[in-house]
Structure formats: C-alpha cells, structure tokens
Design a protein around this ligand. Structure first.
Ligand SMILES: [Zn+2]
Length: 301
C-alpha cells in the first residue's frame, strides 16, 4: 500500500532555541533515552526508505513569540525549503505565528510562491487562539494561494500553553472559510471527540493521526476506539490522514511499525459487538495516502 506521512519534523541544534534543546534533554532523561538534538531530512529519508513511506510533509514551527530563536523567520523558512528542494517526495510547510501581522502575510506568500512551501503549519500553544478575527486576512490569503493549514491541537510540551490548542477554537474559522482546508493534528488528543465533532460539522476539516503510535504501542484499543468513533462521525475514511510526528515518537514505535499497524488496522470484536462498523482496506488506503494526495498535494489520487 502506498503511504504518505502528512506530519513530520526536521531540525538541527543550530536552528532550534536553547529552551527547546533543554526540554528535549529533560524529556529524554525522563524516558531514559538519548535526546534527539539533530534530525535532518537525511534521517527522515532513511526512515521513509526503511518503512516504505513514499512521500512526507515537514512542518516547521514559528516559536519566535514564545522564545528566543537563533534564526529569523525568513532564514528558517529558507532552511527548511532548501533542505527539501532536491527531493520531489518531501515537501515543507511554512511555520508562521499569525501575530506577525502584515510582515507575516508577506512571508506566507513568499514561502508559497518563491520557496515552494505547500501549506501553513500553525502552532497555537505559543499563545494565540486561531479564531481571533485579526487573523482573518491570513485565512483569506490561504484560500487565494489554495494551501491547507495544519494546526497543532491537544497535548502540548510543558513550556507551551495547552488552552490555545482546543479544537473548538478552530470551528469559527472552518465555518467562515468553507474553501479553506484545515487539518487538526493529532486528532487533538485528549480532545479527539471535540476534533471529530468539529470535523464532522465542517466538511473542510480533516484530522491527522500523528502521535497515536504512543497508544498503538501500549493500549492499541485507544486507537481502535478513535478510528471507530471517526467512522461513526463520518470523518473516517475521507478526512483522516496518516502521520507520525517523526522523529518524536520513534522511541515508542518506529515509523515502519506505525505504518504496519495502521495499514493492517482492523477493529477488534469487542467494538464490532457494540455496533461499530468494521473498517475496510479501501478505506484505510484513503487514510494512508489518498486523502493527503488530495488535501496537501492538490492532486487527484
Ligand atoms: Zn508535530
């Protein structure tokens, strides 16, 4: 089965903040693993080759309003877009905080038109609600540029503020900009029901399953329940995207294992007995690559 990973990250220790370096070290110590201080496109490409992942989407984050960053925004956009420029199978989004106002709008347009960025990665836990009216010019521009937005939702690292990451704060944007494609990352865990409700009522909203390998490796029933509920709400199969958050969860489940888990996903008898409908292979195929082909790459699968 073909696979697109709609949610990955790359960085080197030169481009992330001191604070992020520190929190990576602290988190790794807690888990008893080595901190990943560099994870460039080469390690992503290696993991893709090993896992049979055909295409991947890199999502940079603009944290300049929250911490001191070593690169300016344009330098960061260029670092990421240059990194993927030679590889037709890996694309980058632009990471942008909409509180940048007019300068941010200019950068969004430059990133898409000149640097080949395929969409906008938004990270509300840096301190803003996506439905602030002030940001509407950004949404208009995304419609004009015909690009999707992937919005971080739910569980957030310690120094960021999780209250901004509730799916309910995306609803007004989705409803007022029906032509704008929005992806709620991580199915908004632990607010997956809220994410599915927002996606269910707004046909322009999808979810990505990145990060859920934490559960696949320990309590797989949690993944099964989420997929079963998504199917009940008609978000699965047409508006769910496979993703990994690579390399952040490699310690719990490799990209290859996560890909294998999802391509072979079947709901267990205990859910079918409750009345949930079994998932089919042609539906899983939409999640693994067809939906991303349409929503992110703008191609007909
Ligand atoms: Zn992520």
């Amino acid at each position: 089965m073909r696979v697109i990973d709609a949610h990955t990250h790359t960085w080197s220790r030169e481009i992330i903040s001191k604070r992020d370096l520190d929190s990576r070290r602290i988190a790794a110590k807690k888990l008893g693993v080595e901190p990943v201080l560099d994870s460039t496109v080469d390690s992503l490409r290696d993991a893709m080759n090993v896992s049979g992942v055909e295409r991947a989407v890199v999502l940079p984050i603009d944290s300049a309003f929250h911490q001191e960053m070593p690169l300016s925004l344009t330098e960061k956009t260029d670092w990421h877009s240059n990194e993927v420029a030679e590889d037709p199978n890996i694309v980058s989004f632009v990471g942008l905080d909409p509180r940048r106002g007019k300068a941010g709008l200019k950068e969004l347009e430059r990133a898409v038109k000149e640097k080949g960025c395929r969409g906008w990665k938004m990270y509300p836990p840096n301190g803003f609600y996506p439905d602030d009216k002030e940001f509407d010019p950004y949404y208009d521009l995304c419609v004009d540029l015909n690009i999707p937005i992937i919005i971080h939702q739910g569980f957030t690292p310690r120094h960021k503020h999780v209250k901004y990451a509730r799916p309910a704060y995306v609803d007004r944007v989705a409803a007022d900009f029906p032509e704008l494609n929005i992806v709620l990352a991580h199915v908004g865990y632990p607010w997956q029901d809220e994410s599915l409700m927002i996606a269910s009522k707004n046909p322009n909203v999808s979810v990505d399953v990145s990060g859920w390998q934490v559960f696949a490796s320990s309590v797989p029933l949690k993944v099964h329940q989420m997929v079963a509920d998504a199917k009940l709400m008609r978000v699965f199969p047409n508006r769910m995207l496979f993703g990994s958050d690579f390399p952040l969860f490699e310690y719990t489940m490799s990209l290859k294992k996560w890909r294998d888990f999802f391509t072979g996903l079947q709901l267990p008898a205990e859910l079918i007995d409750q009345g949930y409908k079994q998932v089919r292979e042609d539906e899983i195929e939409k999640v693994m690559w067809k939906n991303a082909t349409r929503i992110i790459f703008g191609e007909t699968p």
